[in-house]
Design a protein around this ligand. Structure first.
Ligand SMILES: *[C@@H]1O[C@H](CO)[C@@H](O)[C@H](O)[C@H]1NC(C)=O
Ligand SMILES: *[C@@H]1O[C@H](CO)[C@@H](O)[C@H](O)[C@H]1NC(C)=O
Ligand SMILES: *[C@@H]1O[C@H](CO)[C@@H](O)[C@H](O)[C@H]1NC(C)=O
Ligand SMILES: *[C@@H]1O[C@H](CO)[C@@H](O)[C@H](O)[C@H]1NC(C)=O
Ligand SMILES: *[C@@H]1O[C@H](CO)[C@@H](O)[C@H](O)[C@H]1NC(C)=O
Ligand SMILES: *[C@@H]1O[C@H](CO)[C@@H](O)[C@H](O)[C@H]1NC(C)=O
Ligand SMILES: *[C@@H]1O[C@H](CO)[C@@H](O)[C@H](O)[C@H]1NC(C)=O
Ligand SMILES: *[C@@H]1O[C@H](CO)[C@@H](O)[C@H](O)[C@H]1NC(C)=O
Ligand SMILES: *[C@@H]1O[C@H](CO)[C@@H](O)[C@H](O)[C@H]1NC(C)=O
Ligand SMILES: *[C@@H]1O[C@H](CO)[C@@H](O)[C@H](O)[C@H]1NC(C)=O
Length: 497
C-alpha cells in the first residue's frame, strides 16, 4: 500500500509525458467580411486543423463545430469576467448556456477564463481564481470536469528575469493570485495557459536577440544561449520562454502543471518600423513552430514533454486597431486564401503538405543596379538562361526595370540548377524567397502555376508541375559561376594592364 502510494506520488510529482502534442489555431473574428461559421469550419476541415480556440462561445460557431471531431477551447471574454467571478449563479448560467448546451456533439475540451487578465484587466485579478472555481464547480455538477479543463491564458510578460530561464519568476505583485491559481490548476489536473510571442521579445530586445534565434533557425554554436545555472542550451526563444514559465512555477513549488501555449505566431506584414514582419519570416516562424511542436521535442528543461500550441491565428483580422502588424497575424485571408504556403512535410498533419521546395531566387532589395545589370547580363549570356520572356512585348517585359528583369533571370538560373546551394548568390545581389514572384501572365520557372492567389481549399497540396527537375546544363559546385567569372574577368584585365 505504502509502495503504491509512493509510486503515485512520484508519478504526480513531475510534468508527465503521457500525451502527444498538438497544433491548434486561434479563431479571431475582427474581420470586416468574416466568413460564416460553416465556411470557417469548412476551412478547418480542409486544412486538417483538429484543435481551435475561440475568443468567446459563439452559439453559431459551436453549432457549426458539432460532430466534426474538432476539439474546441471556448473562452469567457474579459468583459464577462467580473460578473462570473462574483457570482456562482452567473458562472453556472454561463456554463449551462455555452457549454452544456453543446456537449457532447461539440467536443469542448477547455474553457479559457479571460485573456491575459493580470496585464490587461488588473482590476478583475482579485476575482480571477473565483471565476475559475465557479466555472469548474458548474462542470463538476454536470460531471464534465473530467473532460473539460479550466484555466486562464497569461501574457509571458508576467514572467520576470526570463533569461536565463532558471532565474525566472512571476512578478511577485501577483503572488496573491498566482499561488491560489497554481493550486487550482494542480488540484484539477488542468494546465498553465501561456501566450508566447518571440516576435515581441525580438522587437523589444534592441538587437540582443538575433532574428534567427526568434525564428528557430540554426545558430552558430557561439551564438546559442546557455543557461549558466543549468548548462542547458537554448536554440530558440520559444523554448526559453516556456522553460522560464516552468522555472517560475517551480519557484512557487509547483512542478507538475503542464503548459499549453494558447497563442504564438508571427505577423506577415507591418509598418515601416516593423521591418521583420514579413511573409518570409511569418512562414519560417510558423512552419518551424509546427514542426517543433509536433515532433514532441519538448524543451531543454523537459525534453519530450508535449507543449501543445495554438497558432495565432487563423484569419488576418483587418478590423483590429493598432499598427499594421496587428491586422496581419493570420494564416489565411477572410476568403480562405492562404497568406503564405507553409513549408510542411507529411500528409495527415495539420495544415497539410510539403511545399518546402517552392523556393525562388530574387534580386536582393537595395542592391546596386549596376551589379544587378552585370549579373543579369551574365545569367542571360554565359548562364544560358532563356531570357526571351524579358523581351519587349513578351510576358515578363513589364515592369521594365533591372530589378524585375534580374529577378526573372536569377530565378530561372536557380531553378535550372535544381536550386543547388550557392546558385542564388550572384555576388550577393540575389536571395532566396518562398514567395512566388510570378505576376500577371509572367509565370516564373518553379512556380506551380498559381500566382499567389490560391483560390481553393486544396491550396496547400503539393506543387505539381515545376521546372526544378530539369537537368542542369552545367555542373556547379557551391557557387554560381557569375561570382567566379567576375573575379576571372578582373584577374584577366589585371594581366593586360
Ligand atoms: C473529444 O476530445 C477528447 C480530447 O482530445 C478525446 O479524448 C475524445 O475522444 C473526443 N471526443 C469525441 C467524441 O471526439
Ligand atoms: C456553486 O454552484 C455549484 C453548482 O453550479 C455548486 O455545486 C457549488 O456548491 C456552488 N459553490 C458555492 C461556493 O456556492
Ligand atoms: C509587476 O506588476 C506590477 C503590478 O501590475 C507592476 O506595476 C510592475 O511594473 C510589475 N513589475 C515589473 C518589473 O514588470
Ligand atoms: C517552497 O518549498 C520550500 C521547501 O519546502 C520552502 O522553503 C518555500 O518557502 C516554498 N516556497 C513557496 C513559495 O511556497
Ligand atoms: C525532433 O526530435 C528529435 C529528438 O526527439 C531531435 O533530435 C530532432 O532535432 C527534432 N527535430 C526537430 C525539427 O525539432
Ligand atoms: C497531402 O498529400 C497527400 C498525398 O498527396 C494527400 O492524400 C493528402 O490529402 C494531403 N493532405 C492535405 C491536408 O491536403
Ligand atoms: C525537395 O528538394 C530536395 C533537394 O532538392 C529533395 O531531396 C527532396 O526530396 C524534395 N522534397 C520533395 C517533397 O519534393
Ligand atoms: C493570376 O492572378 C490574376 C489576378 O491577378 C488572375 O486573374 C489569374 O487568374 C491568376 N492566374 C492563376 C493561374 O492563378
Ligand atoms: C474549388 O473546389 C471546388 C470543389 O472542391 C470546385 O467546385 C470549385 O470550382 C473550385 N473553385 C475554384 C475557384 O477553383
Ligand atoms: C504538367 O504539365 C503537363 C504539360 O505542361 C500536363 O500535361 C500535365 O497534366 C501536368 N501535370 C500536372 C500534375 O499538373
Amino acid at each position: 500500500m505504502a509502495v503504491v502510494l509512493l509510486l503515485l506520488l512520484l508519478v504526480a510529482s513531475a510534468v508527465s509525458a503521457d500525451e502527444d502534442s498538438f497544433i491548434g489555431v486561434n479563431v479571431g473574428t475582427a474581420v470586416s467580411d468574416m466568413p460564416s461559421p460553416t465556411q470557417v469550419v469548412a476551412l478547418l476541415k480542409a486544412q486538417n486543423i483538429r484543435h481551435v480556440r475561440l475568443y468567446d462561445a459563439d452559439r453559431a460557431m459551436l453549432l457549426a463545430l458539432a460532430n466534426t471531431g474538432i476539439r474546441v477551447t471556448v473562452s469567457v471574454p474579459n468583459e464577462q469576467l467580473l460578473g462570473i467571478g462574483q457570482s456562482n449563479a452567473t458562472a453556472a448560467n454561463w456554463v449551462a448556456r455555452n457549454v452544456i448546451a453543446h456537449v457532447p456533439a461539440t467536443n469542448i475540451t477547455a474553457i479559457a477564463v479571460g485573456s491575459e487578465v493580470l496585464t490587461t484587466l488588473p482590476n478583475a485579478a482579485p476575482v480571477l481564481v473565483s471565476a475559475l472555481k465557479f466555472i469548474h464547480s458548474a462542470l463538476v455538477a454536470s460531471n464534465l470536469d473530467g473532460q473539460i479543463k479550466v484555466s486562464t491564458p497569461h501574457s509571458s510578460s508576467i514572467i520576470l528575469d526570463s533569461f536565463p530561464p532558471s532565474q525566472a519568476f512571476f512578478n511577485r505583485s501577483w503572488d496573491p493570485v498566482m499561488v491560489p491559481l497554481m493550486k487550482f490548476l494542480q488540484s484539477t489536473r488542468s494546465y498553465f495557459m501561456l501566450n508566447v510571442y518571440p516576435y515581441y521579445d525580438y522587437m523589444q530586445s534592441n538587437g540582443v536577440i538575433p532574428l534567427d534565434y526568434a525564428l528557430f533557425r540554426p545558430l552558430p554554436p557561439n551564438k546559442e544561449a546557455v543557461d549558466a545555472n543549468t548548462l542547458l542550451h537554448y536554440t530558440n526563444v520559444f523554448d526559453a520562454v516556456v522553460d522560464a514559465a516552468y522555472f517560475a512555477m517551480s519557484y512557487l513549488n509547483f512542478t507538475n502543471v503542464p503548459i499549453v501555449v494558447t497563442e504564438s505566431g508571427w505577423p506577415s506584414k507591418g509598418d515601416s518600423n516593423e521591418p521583420d514582419a514579413t511573409i518570409d519570416n511569418a512562414n519560417t516562424y510558423n512552419s518551424n513552430l509546427i514542426r517543433h511542436v509536433l515532433n514532441n521535442t519538448g524543451t531543454p528543461k523537459h525534453p519530450g514533454i508535449a507543449v501543445s500550441t495554438y497558432i495565432y491565428e487563423l484569419y488576418n483580422e483587418d478590423s483590429r486597431p493598432g499598427p499594421v502588424s496587428e491586422k496581419n497575424w493570420g494564416l489565411f485571408n477572410a476568403n480562405g486564401v492562404p497568406v503564405y504556403v507553409l513549408h510542411l512535410t507529411g500528409a495527415g498533419t495539420v495544415l497539410a503538405n510539403d511545399t518546402t521546395n517552392q523556393t525562388f531566387c530574387v534580386a536582393k532589395e537595395g542592391s546596386d543596379p549596376k551589379m544587378l545589370q552585370a549579373a543579369l547580363d551574365w545569367a542571360c549570356g554565359p548562364g544560358k538562361v532563356d531570357c526571351s520572356p524579358l523581351l519587349q512585348g513578351q510576358q515578363c517585359y513589364e515592369p521594365d526595370n533591372v530589378v524585375a528583369h534580374s529577378t526573372y533571370a536569377f530565378n530561372a538560373y536557380f531553378q535550372s540548377m535544381a536550386k543547388s546551394p550557392g546558385t542564388c548568390d550572384f555576388k550577393g545581389v540575389a536571395t532566396i524567397t518562398t514567395t512566388d514572384p510570378s505576376h500577371g501572365s509572367c509565370k516564373f520557372p518553379g512556380s506551380s502555376g498559381r500566382n499567389g492567389t490560391l483560390t481553393n481549399t486544396t491550396s496547400l497540396a503539393p506543387s505539381s508541375n515545376s521546372t526544378s527537375s530539369d537537368s542542369p546544363p552545367l555542373h556547379i559546385h557551391n557557387v554560381d559561376p557569375f561570382t567566379i567569372s567576375v573575379i576571372g574577368a578582373l584577374l584577366t584585365s589585371t594581366v593586360f594592364l
